[in-house]
Unconditional design. Sequence first.
Length: 224
Amino acid sequence: MNDEYNPSQGEDHPSDRQLLYQELDILVTQICQEISNPWKQRRLLNQLIVKMENSGLIWKEDVPYYEDAVAEQWGFFCSNLWESRTGTQYDRTRSNPITWFNNRLRWRLLTLAQNLAEENGRRCQNEKRLEQLPVEDETHIIECVQFFEIVQSWIETNPDGILNEHIRGRKDLTCQVILSSMLSGKKITQMAAEYGCAYQTIYGFWKNKCRPRLLEKFGKNYGC
């Protein structure tokens, strides 16, 4: 892709784009002014995200991990728009929100591509090692399968109720539901479409609530 953006129909005139940038800048200013009013700030933030998504200017790439990268980038965007939480805070004097979003997204895609290449390399090496394993080493593979079944059973039964916490306003989207969906192979983007919930909301809930419970509580219970 040669152009920085991929504008949709109706957003291809410079005057229209400049007007859009002005509208986005006004929303960012309003969001930054509403720190003491989280409800209004979230409403304005949602307006900003919808306007950016509908602009047709978000960077596009035809790669299988694109949607996951976009979901992660929205999480970063929302965390660092008016204050620095996980990285460098947005500076409206240096760029507009879409340019800032796209620049970070391209770096995220590049990082994922590099990680995927490394993972594929390790997988090839592991497959070669498995082919060379003596019969007795197959016991380790069996143990891994059994371990997965224990994790699956723990999520499905939720014996201590630790997975009952849910996304605010969505009692149907609990940690148990999110983890079960992921265990079945669903991506965050698929869950967002299926449950009608913004993927940045599901991603943030997974990162801050579901994953810590899986790692900490499961490790504590089963000595992992």
